[in-house]
Design a protein. Structure first.
Length: 66
């Protein structure tokens, strides 16, 4: 068996396994996806505000010192 044929068979086997595993995945429906998106945006906004507050506090303290 040549190397290229062995590589091709290995690649095909890998792709079949990937396809098989993707069939086992429980994909979220539209309602779940909207819920996950909203919660992600809320957390991102909360962290952004938190870090903005920390940065503002440090800027204020730095302005008071120097």
């Amino acid at each position: 068996m040549s190397k290229t044929k062995a590589k091709k068979e290995k690649k095909e086997s890998y792709l079949k396994q990937v396809k098989s595993e993707l069939k086992k995945v429980k994909w979220p429906d539209k309602k779940e996806m909207i819920k996950y998106t909203i919660s992600t945006l809320v957390f991102v906004l909360a962290f952004a505000l938190f870090f903005y507050g920390i940065e503002s506090l440090f800027a204020f303290v730095k302005g008071m010192i120097g």
